[in-house]
Design a protein around this ligand. Structure first.
Ligand SMILES: C[S@@+](CC[C@H](N)C(=O)[O-])C[C@H]1O[C@@H](n2cnc3c(N)ncnc32)[C@H](O)[C@@H]1O
Length: 337
């Protein structure tokens, strides 16, 4: 398996980091600090943090191919960069296994890397032919399994909720009629037949591919869990910086920050405060009162930056809230595999 990922790591595109300067500035690394780059990818965030202060960084990625390439970066910063393979939802356990309990900052640059997107064999791209895989790491579920075995209502629900695709039912019906579908290009062509291109030129396959990728990698649950885990491991004054590319993810981050900072609006002023809000002290102060977006220049040089949004918050001294995922409380419409 590792040999497979090592082969993939040599076929990469170069990942152009998004909102890098702004993220490091909000993280505000200081000498002797310990920071987690929880989405190591091509390593640009780690390099920038290590360059900004004489600190230490733990780089986490679930993709073994990213870590194979990252070994070169560890040699540039002897003794200052540690790489760990794993899912960021397990950040607390991954650090504890190395004797680390608290950190001074956590950076999350969500989504796929160029290494993943530009390797057709990984199946993330609808522009290049590859198997319907989409796994970021060593998990079991593939996009092919979802596309070829899930029932129509479940498939439509995934495409509607995770892809925010209005025509989800039509897409699901078309997919089911064309089964088995094994290649990315074949799936993209099917979707383009039933979903019209929008005026902003976005490929009609974009939203369905996004939905499948989020589902394969359980990304919404991963995000919910890493936010809660970060609250537990950040030292007072420690910073959490998150760059998201989908409105779905950004809403989760916004709600979490607002809830934990005591800024979330009440559903109705006639309704009493929830017991959680009354019982717990606020664990974060929001640093980005206005959401941070890439500059026009960054979007021109890196079109992928177009949808990026950065939010940052600073940990207070209050104890963490009991660990219950906010979206679990609200209940997702299907159980994430
Ligand atoms: C957008 S890339 C990060 C790029 C990186 N910041 C850079 O500048 O090179 C996202 C990376 O996070 C990893 N990733 C996504 N979800 C993850 C998760 N739940 N746990 C660990 N790594 C994850 C992906 O494998 C990918 O390598």
């Amino acid at each position: 398996m590792l040999r497979f990922f090592m082969t993939l790591s040599r076929k990469k595109g170069v990942h152009a980091p998004v909102l890098l300067r702004e993220s490091v500035s909000f993280l505000a690394p200081h000498g002797d600090g310990l920071y987690v780059d929880a989405t190591f990818g091509g390593g640009s965030y780690s390099v920038a943090i290590l360059g900004a202060a004489n600190c230490r960084v733990v780089g986490i990625d679930r993709d073994p191919a990213a870590l194979v390439d990252g070994l070169i970066v560890t040699r540039q910063f002897p003794g200052r960069l540690t790489l760990i393979e794993g899912c960021f939802s397990n950040i607390a356990a991954l650090l504890a296994a190395r004797g680390l309990q608290t950190v001074d900052g956590v950076a999350l640059d969500l989504g796929v890397s160029a290494l993943q997107l530009d390797t057709p064999e990984r199946g993330f791209s609808f522009l290049a032919d590859g198997p319907l895989d989409m796994r970021m790491g060593r998990s079991e579920l593939t996009a092919a399994e979802i596309v070829n075995t899930y029932a129509e209502p479940q498939l439509a629900c995934i495409i509607r909720v995770l892809g925010e695709e209005r025509l989800a039912r039509r897409v699901a019906r078309t997919i089911i009629a064309a089964r088995p579908i094994t290649r990315t290009i074949a799936l993209a062509a099917l979707i383009r037949r039933v979903v019209p291109r929008t005026s902003n030129g976005v490929d009609p396959a974009t939203r369905t591919f996004q939905a499948l990728r989020l589902c394969v990698n359980n990304e919404i649950e991963e995000l919910n869990r890493v936010l809660i885990a970060s609250e537990q491991i950040l030292a007072p004054g420690g910073r959490l910086v998150v760059v998201a590319f989908h409105s779905l993810e950004d809403r989760i981050i916004k709600r979490f920050f607002r809830e934990r900072a005591g800024n979330s609006p009440r559903v109705s002023r006639h309704r009493p405060e929830t017991s959680c809000r009354r019982r717990h002290k606020y664990t974060f102060n929001i640093l980005t009162t206005k959401i941070i977006r890439p500059s026009k220049e960054e979007i021109l040089t890196n079109p992928r930056a177009r949808s990026a949004r950065l939010r940052a918050a600073e940990r207070t001294t209050a104890p963490p809230w009991p660990s219950e995922s906010p979206d679990r409380r609200r209940g997702l419409p299907w159980s994430v595999p």
